[in-house]
Design a protein around this ligand. Sequence first.
Ligand code: C6P
Length: 393
Amino acid sequence: MKVYLDNNATTKIDPLVKVKMQPFFEELYGNPNSLHQYGMDVRPALNVALGEMYDALNAPDADDILITSCATESNNTVLKGIFFKHILKNPEKNHIVTTAVEHPSMQDTLLYLSDYGVDVTYVDVDKNGGISAEAIKAAVTDKTILISMMWANNETGMIFPIEEVSSFAKEKDILFHTDAVQAIGKLKVDLSAVNIDYLTFSAHKFHGPKGIGGLYVKKGKQLPNLLHGGEQMGGKRAGTLNVAYIVGMGLAMKQAANHVEKINIDVRRLRDKLEDALIKISDTIVVGPRALRTPNTILISLRGIEGESMLWDLNKSGIAASTGSACASESLEANPVMNAIGEDPELAHTAMRLSLSRFTTEKEIDYTIDAFTAAAERLRSISSTYAYTNEVG
Ligand code: C6P
């Protein structure tokens, strides 16, 4: 049996999305900026797709949705845009508040900007991997131009206090950005109910295609371009529009919004069933209270079992999981969020992330429970043999 439990890294494409995209690779391949019939033929579909995104986010038409190539580009656009538009012109306001557990597309960009005079405060997570709104508020100074906080963490699934912090930012006249990559499709994201200026998303995290994402920009909060060289997207991002992928992202987002309630019942039930079984394995901890996590995610540590060993053992049984975020998988370093939680260094080396989707089945979860439990027993017995060998030898 094959079981895919790495849906926080990427998801399979929704079959309906794939069907909807197909004509745009074949007969409808015109450039939407061309003035001939081929160009004209694809424009209605782009408008439909954008409409689906506005509806899914409940964003007013007056606001912008900028299509990007991925969440990484959206995050870079916000941070570099704020640097060029605000910080470079007024270095008195050069302070950004963020969390210690943002995705590398935030952290590395902030590190890069810090060489140009940007001052960044990274607010630590608590022992559950959560962020307190009070800690964010306390980090703000009269130099703060931006607060950026992810909506939900990709490793733990912990949901951050977006509503409270975004209202606080508005009160203080500070810009507010959220990386909502792990929230779309799992949580209700309603932009008319929160005070968000910028919101990042990526289609492949909600059963859309890879290589396409977006940045919501509130009216009046426009940023300078990251990409220059064309009039596409109303002159806000140059480069030929990827029509098939935009069409796919529109439908995927609509589907994601329509499935949120179902995910919070069905996927949550399967996640809880899996977690209830795995937590019975001795010396095991799961990060963060369930009610405060996205309904699909478990970050678990099994003492004495290296995350990589577990991953390879599960892989042999056909189960795909991860030791943390996919973009850090080649570094073989300890899980960065576990490190940030900082309770016990061993936990960071033994972390495993299991993330479900609305396509995960009960049968797959039952199979995973058996395979995971057996793998844990097997690996623990090997490591105790090693301990014995080391003792006597
Ligand atoms: N996280 C994970 O395994 P891209 O690839 O640019 O579309 O998405 C980047 C990104 C940005 N923000 C968050 C919160 C994310 O989780 C990701 C992608 C994957 O956790 C791959 S590193």
